[in-house]
Design a protein around this ligand. Sequence first.
Ligand code: URA
Length: 359
Amino acid sequence: MTSKACQDFEDVIERVQGCALCPEMVGCTRVLSWANGSPDAKIMFIGEAPGRLGADRTAIPFHGDVSGDNFEKLIQLAGLSRREVFVTNAVLCNPRDDKGNNAPPSRKVVKNCAKNLKIQIDAVQPKVVVTLGASALGATKFLEDHNFTLSENVRTANDWLGRTLVPLYHPGARAMIHRNFAAQTADYYFVGEILRRADNSEKKNRDFSKPSSSSWEVVRYIIQRYESLSLFKLHKTMYLLDFYSLKEFGKRFSNFVYIRQKDGPYCVELGSRWFKAFGNEIQTFSLEGKLHIRWVSLGLFQEKPLLDEEQKRFVDAVLDRIGIVADSGLKSRVYLTEPMKASLLAERAGVRQLNRPLL
Ligand code: URA
């Protein structure tokens, strides 16, 4: 970061700390500091206002309360770390009611604080802005008017203020009633993908760090077992693994997320260039126009997939159950699972299913 950018952001912090636009907020903590993230970030998340038990206490937006825990899990699932995102709120002080509880910010307060939002956007210059909840989306209208609504435009990329605006639901417990954690996980994957695309040129040579959850060991094990398979088959195999595990043991085998795509269940984690994280161990190639992956044996120094014997037995049993089938046969197998049958029925009844979470 240049020293000018640093100074610009310092100036923004100073202006915000001296803000006197709302008489009722005099003396409140203004949650804006270097703890909001790097002013170099390519993406800015905008929440509603600091929460009494979260940001107002910790001085870190979306940190220390339930909304913060959910937010931190969601960005992590999308492959983003707090270091690479800038997080702020439509209102930088914590609005409270007469009893001292959190209160929704009034339109007047949001309008006043839009001036602070503007100077933050000018300093950070994010390529992607993600609003979390209706208040944050409403606040952006004060900077450049638009007609986006949460119900119509959730998880869509829109042109706004010379950048991309993605409206999402708030990650707090109340909003989860309207959009559950699985759906919000898919939303954050979308955001991750939008950011990677927006940022493509700069990140071409970026290092992919190896994913660390044990679900990835399952992926490595499957690829090693098959030696070579289509990406399609990997998606469907992971889905069946979780489906059978749920059916037999009442719990999922992996922590991956599946959404409904045109050709059935799609494992969101396997959606972009994840295989780059596996270095030379996995090669990709195209066969009959379809992307395939191949396990490459690296000899003595290769770490074996880290699954215990019980896990291996379960994966082996599922792979045996699937047997040697062509992708078309596997597709039929997947379409006969209950979640897919329910999804197809709903689709026939006219309920849009694309991108809906499965399992
Ligand atoms: N914490 C925040 O920083 N913002 C919210 O909107 C909720 C919790």
